[in-house]
Design a protein around this ligand. Structure first.
Ligand code: BEZ
Length: 275
């Protein structure tokens, strides 16, 4: 689930250019190690996108295991399907509504629920997500997650809010991001009946961008925060955000090398369902 809304084919190409690093081994090693998928296990990947990590999980559980990927984007799912040889089940759904939209056969069916780089798009109903996870898990099953936590994209988000306020628009209702603290998410897990582990924590991760900040804004901000504006206004506003953020997010060396970097903050951890 690249976003909580579906992506068009074109948007999913742009996503691949500006965001494919989210699937790189360097960035996914920690959460996959925490999942530690075992041969024969049944695992569901929420917000699987183009299925890069879903495939790795399927390799680990092997022929005796079963893997299901869920995403809201039809174009991402069709990419995932064509890469999978039909040995992974892919379902289209909003992960905030799972018990309402999935077949009853999935209730209590999974040893593990996995999700990476997606739950920060579930501001509408983060509790609904966790209720769905509890519905999916077998007794004793585990939930392993990583997503943007408190302080994620620091500076960039302030720049976006500032540009909206300068246009006389309240940014709060347009902001699609949910970046909880470790304590807030731990409480949500407990309130929803899961047993959070002690290891839930925030991990700052400076992340170099493959292009400039405008490319990133084009992928993640243009059709979310700035969706109601004309494309000319969107261009101007993305330029303004880039200008505001340049001081903290752009570096340049004397030999002419330069680049853009964002401070991502990962909230990573796990929880279990009681036996
Ligand atoms: C993230 O992976 O943390 C993220 C990506 C795009 C927009 C916001 C957050």
């Amino acid at each position: 689930m690249a976003h909580a809304t579906s992506l068009s084919n074109h948007q999913s190409e742009v996503y691949a250019t500006n965001a494919s690093f989210v699937y790189s081994a360097k960035y996914t090693h920690a959460v996959l190690s925490l999942l530690d998928p075992q041969p024969g296990e049944k695992i569901i990947d929420l917000g699987c996108g183009t299925g890069d990590l879903t495939l790795k999980i399927k390799d680990a559980v092997g022929d005796q295991g079963e893997v299901v990927g869920v995403d809201s984007s039809e174009s991402m799912l069709s990419k995932a399907e064509s890469a999978s040889d039909g040995n992974i089940t892919y379902l289209q759904a909003d992960i905030q509504d799972l018990p309402k939209v999935l077949d009853a056969k999935y209730k209590g069916a999974f040893d593990a629920v996995f999700t990476s780089a997606v739950l920060h798009w579930t501001k509408r109903d983060p509790r609904g997500v966790v209720e769905g996870i509890s519905w999916l898990l077998k007794p004793g099953g585990r939930f392993v997650f990583e997503f943007g936590g408190f302080g994620n994209t620091v500076g960039i988000r302030s720049g976006i809010h500032q540009v909206l306020r300068d246009k006389g628009v309240d940014p709060e209702p347009l902001d699609p991001w949910y970046f909880p603290t470790a304590a807030q998410y731990t409480k949500l897990l407990k309130d929803t009946g899961l047993n959070p582990s002690e290891d839930i924590a925030l991990y700052p991760r400076p992340t170099p961008l493959p292009g400039d900040l405008k490319g990133w804004l084009q992928t993640f901000v243009r059709n979310t925060f700035f969706a109601a504006f004309t494309s000319e206004e969107q261009e101007t506003m993305m330029g303004q955000v880039q200008d505001i953020c340049r001081v903290d997010n752009h570096w340049a060396d004397e030999d002419g090398k330069e680049g853009w970097e964002i401070m991502y903050v990962r909230l990573r951890g796990s929880a279990t369902k009681s036996q």
